[in-house]
Unconditional design. Structure first.
Length: 229
């Protein structure tokens, strides 16, 4: 079987199987063949499996799958009466986990601020209830970060170049705002973005797998991160 013919385990496949099983169980319950509740109480296993599949995907942000698996384990324990808690009790834990992720992203960021303030090889853009437009013509772009909180950040990289073999990373954070990154045609974009009631879109045209590579990582909360030509 060729790689194109292989069937990969995806969250959509898992949800489809879960819905099929659920419908079958309810039908058998209506026909008095079994008690569906004996099986449906295990429904949080679906969240755990989805988290495990996403965690095995190297291109996926690790924060989301791990958090999903933790929630699945807690809900499973509650469904089986091993622990007693309300789903609302997890909200503060989610806030704390998100704060920890922001700290981790900031500490682990590889791109350093340039020693020359006029150097446009590194971008550091921040917009809060406002808009920021940043563009560069650097012939040795180094990456950077873009943060939009109830605002917008536009980064124009169409006239920059990346040195061969260099791994360039842009950390993006969009909270009720948007980050838009424009890149030249032929760049390969690698996404490692965690969307929470938000989204990420890669609308670029990759002409070559061997072209310059840009990694976009970060978080979109009720906001959007978009890369396009």
């Amino acid at each position: 079987m060729t790689p194109a013919e292989r069937t990969y385990v995806t969250p959509r496949l898992i949800v489809g199987i879960a819905v099929l099983i659920l419908g079958t169980l309810w039908t058998l319950d209506n026909l008095n063949f079994l008690e569906a509740e004996d099986f449906t109480q295990w429904w949080p296993v679906v969240l755990i499996v989805i988290g495990g599949v996403q965690l095995a995907n190297r291109s996926t942000n690790r924060f989301g799958p791990v958090l999903l698996m933790i929630v699945g384990v807690l809900l499973l324990g509650s469904s089986l009466d091993y622990i007693n808690f309300d789903l609302g009790d997890l909200i503060p834990l989610g806030i704390a986990a998100f704060g920890a992720k922001l700290i981790w992203d900031a500490v682990s960021r590889r791109s350093a601020r340039p020693s020359n303030p006029n150097d446009d090889s590194t971008v550091h853009a921040f917009a809060m209830m406002s808009g920021v437009h940043w563009q560069s013509t650097s012939q040795s772009f180094q990456g950077g970060d873009a943060n939009a909180i109830m605002g917008g950040v536009e980064i124009d990289l169409r006239n920059v170049q990346i040195q061969p073999g260099q791994d360039v990373v842009i950390d993006a954070l969009a909270i009720m705002g948007g980050v838009e990154i424009r890149v030249p045609q032929g760049w390969k974009v690698v996404a490692n973005v965690f969307p929470l009631m938000g989204g990420f879109e890669d609308n670029t045209i990759a002409n070559s797998e061997t072209g310059p590579r840009l990694t976009v990582r970060g978080t979109a909360i009720m906001g959007a991160i978009e890369v396009k030509n």
